[in-house]
Design a protein around this ligand. Structure first.
Ligand SMILES: [Zn+2]
Ligand SMILES: [Zn+2]
Length: 129
């Protein structure tokens, strides 16, 4: 099992603390999260659709400012490890395989302040030997 599907970050001004900070983006097939590295504000997205989206309809997610990123990962559909396009908006998050156009479409579900939690640690620690 590879476990994590997407793990990347995007540096921008946080919608919550308004500081320029890394927004840490993690996604697995059953959930996606965007967490501010500065204030811990975390947005949780839940999957709604998974489909081969050759027309890119799922990625056309409105007029709001969006972050567009790219990361190498292994596609669950075609099993090819290659670039996936990641689009994050305030309401939606999509991850799309550039090889077969298989798209994970997540919808905003809830938000919470990670620093209020009892260190549930939504951001995984990278273990270095
Ligand atoms: Zn913040
Ligand atoms: Zn694919």
């Amino acid at each position: 099992m590879s476990g994590r599907f997407i793990f990347t970050k995007y540096r921008t001004d946080c919608y919550h603390c308004r500081k320029i900070a890394d927004q840490i983006i993690t996604a697995v097939p059953y959930q996606a999260q965007v967490a501010c590295d500065n204030c811990g504000a975390t947005r949780v997205f839940i999957p709604r659709i998974e489909d081969v989206d050759t027309a890119g309809i799922l990625s056309k997610i409105g007029k709001y400012p969006v972050w567009e990123l790219e990361q190498e990962t292994t596609c669950r559909n075609c099993q090819v490890t290659g670039p996936h396009g990641i689009i994050v908006s305030t309401r939606y998050l999509t991850v799309r395989c550039r090889h077969c156009q298989f798209t994970h479409f997540y919808k905003f579900d809830l938000e919470y302040m990670a620093k209020d939690e009892v260190k549930s640690d939504p951001v995984p620690v990278t273990h270095t030997p």
